[in-house]
Design a protein around this ligand. Structure first.
Ligand code: ADP
Ligand code: MG
Length: 311
């Protein structure tokens, strides 16, 4: 996934770390080997290369993540859509040149394309998948979260309960620290080119994920585009929230919903989140919506705190 994981935990000092380290590394390597779009031989890439209608066998973990991704896709009304792979590459966000390709953008941006949750058939028992429309799947909006859940599972299987595990901005905390306090996590200010904390959230037995418009972006014809795709419009999201932070039971759910809620926006997003077991924090920029170049000199932010539990 081109990034690092971290695991902070309290354990017995006499336990050797080498074996645990190896198990943690293996768990994230397995996620990478199955779900990366950066590894041509990953199970996901094999699935992407398969013809329409052909069943492809998939390993258990990939099956789990595909099932969750398609479910979030359905519940979010297609705001979360793992079928955006073609667009992700066309806009230069996937592996490749890192630059938008106008021809590929024109070819990929077919409005009315079938969303993945309607085009992908998953056989949970037989662990196989087939697509009913041509599409390239991209699990970058959910796989890191699943990787974090895997790190948590490994620690727990080694008898470790008090931990904070993370991959980038997706985190999960176990039981409180020995002094009884929760795990304090900084929520980043959604600023371009600068890293600063906006506030602190304490989590225990929960996961937290943030998606934002301020880290991964490309320039195209003088405008700045961030890496969340608006599946309805088949282009990168414009005028979306600056960031969305989600607290959920698992990092996989938090990760996927953070991406989905970027697309849905604060109004529809908060409404939907309140019907699910999610707590959300939207950060919005008070910029002129027609001017996408301005974020480099942002106007004062308008913030909407959906949930009072965030301090
Ligand atoms: P990050 O990878 O920075 O943690 P996200 O979790 O928000 O950020 O995932 C963003 C990635 O998800 C994009 O780079 C792209 O590969 C993929 N993606 C973009 N838009 C969507 C979408 N609407 N639904 C599902 N996945 C998406
Ligand atoms: Mg995500």
């Amino acid at each position: 996934m081109g990034t690092r994981y971290s695991a902070v935990f309290f354990g017995r000092p006499d336990r050797p770390l080498a074996e645990l380290h190896e198990a943690l590394q293996q768990s994230v390597d397995a996620v990478d080997a199955q779900m990366s779009t950066w590894k041509p031989g990953s199970n996901l890439m094999l699935l992407n290369g398969a013809p329409v209608g052909t069943w492809i066998d998939v390993p258990e973990q990939l099956t789990t993540v595909l099932a969750a991704a398609l479910q979030v896709g359905q519940v979010s009304g297609g705001a979360f859509d793992i079928g955006v792979g073609e667009l992700v590459s066309a806009w230069g966000f996937g592996p490749g040149t890192g630059a938008p390709d106008p021809d590929a953008i024109a070819a990929a941006g077919v409005v009315g394309r079938v969303p993945a949750h309607l085009a992908i058939e998953l056989d949970l028992v037989g662990r196989r998948v087939r697509k009913h429309s041509p599409m390239r799947l991209d699990l970058s909006g959910i796989a890191k979260g699943y990787g974090v859940d895997e790190l948590a599972r490994v620690l727990e299987s080694h008898g470790i309960q008090r931990y904070l595990v993370a991959i980038d901005g997706e985190l999960r905390a176990g039981a409180p620290k020995p002094d009884g306090s929760g795990w304090r996590v900084a929520v980043e200010r959604p600023e371009f080119g600068r890293r600063a904390a906006d506030g602190v959230v304490e989590i225990t037995g929960a996961a937290l994920a943030t998606s934002g418009d301020y880290r991964h972006a490309v320039e195209f014809r003088g405008d700045r585009y961030s890496h969340t795709i608006d599946p309805r419009r088949q282009v990168p999201l414009r005028n979306g929230p600056a960031s969305v932070t989600v607290r959920a039971a698992t990092a996989m759910q938090a990760d996927a919903w953070a991406t989905a809620l970027m697309v849905l926006g604060p109004e529809r997003g908060s409404e939907l989140a309140s019907t699910l077991d999610l707590e959300v924090l939207f950060a919005e920029r008070g910029i002129d919506p027609t001017d996408v170049d301005r974020p480099t000199t942002p106007a004062p932010e308008r913030r909407s705190y959906h949930d009072q539990n965030y301090r």
